[in-house]
Ligand binder design. Structure first.
Ligand SMILES: C[S@@+](CC[C@H](N)C(=O)[O-])C[C@H]1O[C@@H](n2cnc3c(N)ncnc32)[C@H](O)[C@@H]1O
Length: 271
């Protein structure tokens, strides 16, 4: 079996094992799900504000800008961020996930009755329409994918799903205290292709400062106007804890980029 299929198989099996009830599925998203769900509203607003800036719409307070957006959530899980997007006024948000069980839980959400869901093979966006979405985003998912080839295939699929000028917005984790050659056993550095048998630790792929260039290059394969934003979690990033799986502190990392360069044109003064 190819590593791409092997990785997808591992991931699918893992999620079907741990998502029987909706509470199990929420537990698989992360500890303290209710608080993660509440803060998703702020993250959704931050993401949409970044899209506003790219479209040079920041001077407007036009709710239709938000309600008319078409969003695709990759690795949607039980629909935590999709629900948050609906809560802040987005009418159209679809989800895609490798796990049938996760999708079934998300489909049952009162917030998501108008949404469509697509089953991913693990390295595509399933039957999600092409050239359709304004924003394709992914939270708490890509850092669980230690296969570079899989992540690249996903970036390509998400690029196809976007309209020209659409934005990708992806959450990862960066470990400033580590380097690509010194990360914990059974975790991948950015350019590695590990199928990950025992996946789902804090991060199965460790983004390090010295791999940021390669990370940007992977996004540059399909996108332009690339932005990288670190959210400082105020941890000690350098204290090494040998007996802990996390081992070193991390910050949240957001990568945003557009399907086609626009930012420079948008900055030009009208003639
Ligand atoms: C930790 S949960 C996060 C769910 C959601 N994004 C959130 O933030 O609440 C990770 C989700 O990513 C999905 N996933 C993991 N690898 C995937 C892949 N290669 N393709 C599609 N979905 C994947 C899992 O099935 C799971 O639902």
């Amino acid at each position: 079996m190819s590593k791409l299929l092997q990785y997808a198989d591992n991931q699918r099996t893992l999620y079907s094992r741990i998502t029987e009830s909706v509470d199990d599925a929420k537990g698989a998203v992360g500890p303290r799900y209710d608080s993660l769900r509440r803060e998703a509203v702020n993250y959704a607003e931050y993401m949409i504000s970044q899209y506003r800036i790219r479209k040079r719409q920041f001077a407007q307070r036009d709710d239709r800008f938000v309600s008319n957006l078409r969003l695709l959530d990759f690795g949607c899980g039980v629909g935590r961020v999709m629900e948050a997007c609906r809560e802040i006024g987005v009418k159209h948000v679809d989800g895609c996930d490798i796990s049938r069980e996760m999708i079934e839980h998300a489909k049952a959400s009162d917030y998501l009755q108008g949404s469509q869901f697509f089953l991913s093979s693990g390295f595509d966006a399933g039957a999600a329409p092409e050239n359709h979405y304004d924003i394709a985003y992914s939270f708490l998912c890509l850092h669980h994918i230690p296969m570079r080839q899989t992540r690249i295939a996903i970036l390509e699929a998400l690029c196809k799903s976007l309209k020209p000028g659409g934005m990708i917005f992806a959450e990862l984790r960066v470990f400033p205290g580590a380097t690509a050659s010194r990360i914990p056993v059974n975790h991948a550095h950015w350019t590695e292709n590990r199928p990950a048998r025992d996946t789902n630790s804090a991060a199965d792929v460790w983004v390090t400062r010295d791999s940021l260039g390669e990370l940007v290059e992977d996004f540059r394969l399909f996108f332009d106007d690339i932005g990288v934003q670190e959210f400082d979690l105020k941890q000690d990033l350098y204290e090494y804890k040998a007996d802990e799986i996390y081992q070193l502190g991390y910050n949240e990392l957001f990568v945003m980029a557009s399907k086609g360069a626009e930012l420079r044109d948008n900055m030009q003064a009208p003639t």
